[in-house]
Design a protein around this ligand. Structure first.
Ligand code: PLP
Length: 368
């Protein structure tokens, strides 16, 4: 059997209804902003539980816009974790600010207990990442941020639909980012992103700024940029919204099944812990395993395509050299980098695939 990491071919194997909507877009010739984007923004704002959603071109730019809208720039510091996708940190650097790393905890999120000692008088924002589609420890982070008087921006790029303490990810920080990259949970046909906020003033600024600062065709209120979400992507996104809850439900169900199937390997395999006070949407199904590289090769040999997100933490990447970090600075994150393994588990797995993956993993540990 072959279990590929990408499920995109399966997901879009019957694109007729998307094409129907695209036909409608072509007939309307509304190729910038317009009704498809408006409709999607309203639906997302409603879904996340915020007053404003602004469609933008990428998740990375969504993060940059969040930070810039708060005035973050040169001379400022933004606190985040080294175990995230490059874009979290790239976005901080793009504003001119300096990324300051804090180690992660067992759940692979920024460790709230270690944040306080990283705060300086230059800290402007704490930027937790809802890594793997599970919420970071937001109540502790929000309390600390309020204590020291800085803003929280959620990197919710991989966590659309996740929640904690009755609130959705993306509704907790002051202004927050989602991605709609093909490998994210609501995955359009190219790039797309969203900025979401409850703050009317920030929303008004961002809405202007991402569209040339135009209040209307003839009035430029502020200098802006062009970071608009493309209507083609909004068409796809609107269709995907119709099935989002069902897809997330399947992901969660498949993850639960796998957790159970691997529960006998207790000492060898740690499955993702789901939280009781919220909903993790399983963007990545990340195990922590003994003899990771051997297991990975074994699974590859069996046709199970796994990934490591990521083998080299960001503070040890060449790009981070100027930040002055070294091996040993973030021991938990560094340890996890050697243990983590992402299975090709998602909403479109067959039961046969799930069973096959579990059997292969059990076989590996039983035979050794
Ligand atoms: C995907 C992702 C981004 C960037 O999103 P793009 O849409 O690819 O630019 C940022 N942060 C995290 C944690 C992500 O997973």
């Amino acid at each position: 059997m072959k279990v590929e990491f990408s499920y995109l071919k399966r997901q879009f194997s019957e694109p007729a209804e998307y094409f129907r909507d695209l036909r409608e877009l072509v007939d309307s010739c509304e190729f910038t902003l317009g009704p498809f984007v408006d409709r999607f923004e309203k639906r997302i704002a409603n879904y996340v539980g915020v007053r404003h959603a602004i469609g933008v071109n990428t998740g990375t730019d969504a993060l940059i816009l969040c930070l810039q809208s708060l005035g973050v720039g040169a001379g400022d510091e933004v606190i985040t974790t080294p175990n995230t996708f490059i874009a979290t940190v790239g976005a901080i650097v793009a504003t001119g600010a300096r990324p300051v790393f804090v180690d992660c905890n067992e759940r692979m999120h920024i460790d709230p207990e270690k944040i306080a000692s990283a705060v300086t008088d230059r800290t402007r924002v704490i930027l937790p990442v809802h890594w793997t589609g599970a919420a970071a420890d937001m109540s502790a982070i929000l309390a600390l941020a309020e204590d020291v008087g800085v803003d929280v921006v959620e990197d919710a790029c991989p966590a659309l639909g996740a929640s904690i303490s009755g609130r959705k990810c993306g509704s907790l920080g002051r202004v927050n980012a989602f991605s709609m990259h093909p490998l994210k949970l609501l995955n359009v046909w190219g790039d797309g992103g969203l900025v979401v906020t409850d703050d009317d003033e920030l929303a008004r600024h961002l809405r202007l700024y991402h569209n040339h600062g135009l209040a209307d065709r003839d009035r430029v209120e502020i200098w802006g940029v062009n970071r608009r979400l493309q209507p083609v992507q909004a068409v796809v996104a609107n269709r995907l919204m119709d099935r989002l809850e069902e897809d997330l439900g399947r992901r969660i169900q498949n993850a639960r099944w796998m957790n159970q199937a691997l529960s006998g390997l207790e000492d060898m395999v740690v499955t993702p812990a789901s939280r009781s006070d919220g909903r993790d949407v399983v963007h990545l199904y990340v195990l922590r395993v003994q003899r990771r590289d051997k297991l990975r090769r074994f699974l590859e040999g069996k046709g199970v395509e796994c990934k490591v997100h990521y083998p080299v933490p960001l503070h040890l990447q060449p790009a981070a050299r100027e930040l002055g970090y070294k091996v040993g600075d973030f021991p938990e994150c560094e340890r996890q980098a050697g243990e983590i393994l992402t299975l090709p588990l998602h909403h479109l797995n067959t039961q046969g695939e799930l069973e096959y993956m579990a059997e292969c993993i059990i076989e590996f540990y039983n035979r050794a």
